[in-house]
Design a protein around this ligand. Structure first.
Ligand code: FES
Length: 166
């Protein structure tokens, strides 16, 4: 069985979930859609570096991977906001209050999952499991996983983004 061929783009532990998904499918090209689902479940969206990594490992042309990612409405490409806040809504995180966090963001900033604030400062996304269940509820701020988040923590971080960027 082929081993993974390229190194993950970073040491983010979530790449292990993607590697496991590719390994499960024997790195077959036909697993592309399922692997992209795994990326989106873990990261909340499909970033260019993730598409390139998957293309390399499944030995597919990047243009084809990008084409599939843009064709299907259930895939979300890199969000438009300057910052990205990804709320994990997997079972462990949901039980520990992920829904309250989303409600609070919606109340405070009028931004729902999949949306970007009007001024383009941040995008709100959801993921199915970011691989940090023991830290539930987990939130990923610009690629950094943070555990045991309360609605207050999340609001504070988003407000800091507003403060730092204006
Ligand atoms: S369910 Fe949220 S990190 Fe696994």
């Amino acid at each position: 069985m082929p081993l993974k061929k390229t190194q993950p783009p970073s040491d983010d532990k979530r790449w292990k979930l993607i590697n496991a998904a590719m390994r499960r499918h024997g790195y077959h090209r036909s697993a592309l859609i399922e692997v992209l689902h795994a990326v989106q479940d873990a990261f909340g969206f499909l970033e260019d570096e993730a598409l390139e990594y998957v293309a390399d490992n499944l030995t597919l042309p990047p243009s084809m991977v990008y084409g599939v990612a843009t064709f299907y409405h259930f895939f979300t490409l890199k969000p438009k906001g300057e910052h990205a806040c990804v709320i994990c809504t997997g079972t462990a995180c949901y039980i520990k209050g992920a829904g309250d966090i989303i409600d609070e963001i919606q109340d405070k900033f009028g931004v729902g999952p999949g949306e970007t604030s009007q001024d383009g400062k941040f995008s709100l996304l959801t993921a199915r499991c970011v691989g940090a269940c023991s830290l539930a509820p987990a939130v990923v701020y610009d690629g950094e996983v943070a555990g045991h988040q309360t609605p207050e923590d999340v609001i504070k971080t988003i407000q800091e983004w507003f403060g730092n960027d204006t």
